[in-house]
Design a protein around this ligand. Structure first.
Ligand code: IMP
Ligand code: MG
Length: 177
């Protein structure tokens, strides 16, 4: 159990995040052509998305931006393994180049679900950018196209990521001993 009033140890500093989001945006911008639609997965990716789009704009990327909420994790730290859409995008993805933005790739179930859904709906392509990736945890064989940081297998919070909906506001990424 993690008590909600505990302060996490820093894993990735605010400065380090800012620098990496900038280089990641350059990598992503180099691959995007035509009409781009960003699908940000709430709630965890909200802060990463806000920073990433500002960095992408420096490279002339003028995307549509929409949000989707997928639920798979519940309130604790164990994945339930099932993915459902609890808030859908309102834009049409048909014929568009979609970039899904997520906070962290663990089992890969959320990522695969979102990816397949976009293609089923007629997206021209569906790539994914994740801020964090935990290696060796994949339950489904699909990797992210863009990864900010590969981290150890620790439960992390901050910069959008939560534990029982707490700690999302932290400007850095932390973990508990
Ligand atoms: P996946 O479908 O197993 O890849 O799970 C991804 C989702 O689980 C993420 O979008 C997060 O919401 C949540 N998650 C996985 N690991 C962590 C963590 O270390 N901290 C906070 N949330 C996590
Ligand atoms: Mg979460």
């Amino acid at each position: 159990m993690i008590a909600k009033d505990r302060i996490p140890q820093t894993l990735i500093t605010e400065t380090h995040i800012r620098e990496r989001v900038a280089t990641l945006a350059a990598e992503i911008a180099g691959t995007l052509t035509g009409e781009v639609m960003l699908v940000s997965l709430l709630r965890g990716a909200f802060m990463f998305t806000a920073d990433l789009v500002r960095e992408l704009s420096r490279h002339g990327i003028r995307p549509r931006i929409d949000f989707m909420t997928l639920s798979s994790y519940g309130d604790g730290t164990e994945s339930s393994g099932k993915v459902v859409v609890t808030r859908d995008i309102s834009d049409d993805v048909n014929g568009r180049q979609v970039l899904i933005i997520d906070d962290i790739l663990e089992s890969g179930r959320t990522r695969k679900f979102a990816h397949d859904l976009m293609l089923e709906r007629g997206a021209r392509s569906a790539q994914i950018a994740v801020l964090l990736e935990k290696p060796g945890q994949r339950a489904v064989p699909l990797e992210a196209d863009f990864v900010g940081f590969v981290i150890e297998d620790k439960f992390v919070v901050g910069y959008g990521l939560d534990y029982a909906n707490a700690y999302r506001e932290l400007p850095f990424i932390g973990y508990f001993e």
